[in-house]
Design a binder for this molecule. Structure first.
Ligand SMILES: Cc1cc2nc3c(=O)[nH]c(=O)nc-3n(C[C@H](O)[C@H](O)[C@H](O)COP(=O)(O)OP(=O)(O)OC[C@H]3O[C@@H](n4cnc5c(N)ncnc54)[C@H](O)[C@@H]3O)c2cc1C
Length: 438
């Protein structure tokens, strides 16, 4: 049977493998490291003696590709979140607390209630969200509205979380794409969702299990070091252990990070600027106030810390678009972020003064920068090679670097692998692409 070779077992590669194996194809997945999940994974931290996620990952119920994947791997029960859309916030400067509670349907009735929307804003002001990023142009988030309370207390934190890029350079069209698939569809599409036990348990391990049940091969510690090209096709994969043949009717999905894709395909233009995400995990069990407990997290403004996630045996704090702080000393960051936590959660006594045992995780290339320069470097899934498709959150998905983008890219690449456009059509397209380059 024709085989689909998937290189990389992050969410994009796993999504491609699940799609291709679901269509009855033989699949082999090659993963360079000893575990799948890539930038979305869990591990046991020996010092803290607890299981940690590399970073907090939030999904929204409107992430339809992500939930189709979760259903395909039978993992619905492994994802959790509040019954209603609820987003508590705290302003660390003023001490003000508020909770956004969008109504479930498309009509935003919630905006009529001052206590369900952003403080010091009007209902009509919120309607501006509909116009953000409608045009696919180089407008950045800061240019989309006046810098009122709505901007500082909602638009800025949401866009940083969604795009992992500071709003003065983040593309409004990418933010608009996220808003239109979630918040603007109503509360039903923006129920916050998180992994119940861990990212690997919810999004990765069930995928590996499903693949194994479908008799797909998943090979770990197998780094693909080169692609052997012949007659406009990938004809073999180079690895440290020698070459793996790619048969004439086989397809290849390359689902590695952009810098690796660029090494394997030197004539491919790939994104080359990245933003960090900083996570600090503190080993402490806390019972926060009701709204935070209901959501499982709280958003912070006017502090270093941006989101606090409450877990059973620890709390996890996220700072996105963190390039400007990531080089600071880990102990210093943990102390500064703890001061924000103490203030936000009103901790007192020893809980406030003693920093609990912590782990700082700096993901330096968490996502590509969501700016115009990088957007122009994102390639489509289809390549010049007849049997090679690209996947990854950095490909041209129309979304920022997110789980939803990664999973959607995997489906797109798998579909190309299953139904490669006719050779003649691809050759014509390739000729045209070459002419455009000249
Ligand atoms: C700290 C952090 C927080 C985040 N928070 C969120 C969030 O809240 N919501 C959200 O939607 N997204 C979030 N993201 C983004 C999300 O994690 C990514 O978009 C997604 O995981 C990317 O998946 P991917 O498969 O495209 O890439 P990767 O996860 O990078 O997968 C690539 C895989 O390829 C493997 N590989 C590399 N080279 C080779 C080779 N030569 N041969 C074989 N295998 C190879 C790698 O080991 C890896 O497993 C976050 C990311 C980080 C880092």
């Amino acid at each position: 049977m024709n085989r689909v070779h998937v290189i990389g077992a992050g969410l994009a590669g796993l999504s491609a493998a699940i799609t291709a194996s679901g269509a009855g194809r033989a699949v082999t997945v090659y993963e360079a490291t000893g575990a799948a999940g890539g930038r979305c994974r869990s591990y046991h931290d020996p010092e803290l003696d607890i299981r940690l996620d590399n970073g907090n990952h939030l999904l929204l119920s409107g992430n339809k590709s992500a939930f189709a994947y979760i259903d395909a791997i039978g993992a619905r029960d492994l994802v959790t979140g509040p019954k209603k859309p609820v987003f508590p916030f705290i302003d660390l400067k003023t001490g003000r607390e508020w909770t956004l509670r969008p109504s479930r349907g498309r009509i935003p009735w919630w905006l009529l209630y001052a206590d369900r929307r952003v403080p010091k804003t009007t209902a009509s002001e919120h309607l501006i969200l509909r116009s953000i990023g409608r045009e696919w142009d180089d407008t950045v988030v800061t240019e989309t509205m006046r810098h009122t309370s709505l901007y500082w207390l909602l638009l800025e934190p949401l866009s940083i979380a969604a795009l992992n890029t500071r709003p003065h350079e983040a593309l409004a069209c990418l933010f608009g794409a996220v808003l239109r698939e979630t918040l603007l569809k109503g509360g039903k599409a923006c129920l916050p969702r998180m992994a119940k036990t861990g990212l690997s348990e919810a999004l990765v391990d069930p995928a590996i299990e499903t693949l194994r049940k479908r008799r797909a091969e998943v090979l770990f510690n197998l780094r693909v070091t080169g692609l052997v090209i012949g007659n406009d096709r990938v004809i073999a994969l180079e690895t440290g252990d020698g070459q793996i043949e790619v048969d004439a009717n086989d397809s290849v999905v390359l689902a590695v990070p952009p810098w690796i894709a660029g090494e394997l395909l030197p004539d491919l233009t790939v994104p080359d600027a990245f933003e960090s995400i900083l996570n600090v995990h503190y080993k402490i069990a806390l019972s926060p106030e009701a709204d935070i407990e209901e959501a499982g997290f709280v958003g912070l403004v006017n502090g270093l810390a941006e989101w606090i996630f409450i877990k059973k045996d620890h709390i996890s704090i996220t700072v996105s678009a963190a390039n400007k702080v990531v080089d600071r000393d880990a102990d210093e960051l943990a102390a500064a972020i703890w001061r924000n936590v103490v203030k936000a959660l009103d901790l007192e006594g020893a809980e406030a003064t003693e920093i609990p045992p912590f782990r700082v995780i700096k993901e330096r290339r968490a996502t590509i920068v969501a700016n115009v320069a990088q957007e122009e470097r994102r390639p489509s899934a289809e390549t010049r090679l007849l049997n090679l498709a690209l996947a990854g959150d950095w490909t041209d998905t129309g979304l920022p670097g997110t789980i939803e983008g990664a999973i959607r890219s995997g489906v797109t690449a798998a579909k190309l692998a299953l139904n490669p456009p006719k050779v003649a059509k691809r050759r014509r397209k390739k000729k045209k692409m070459a002419a455009d380059d000249d």
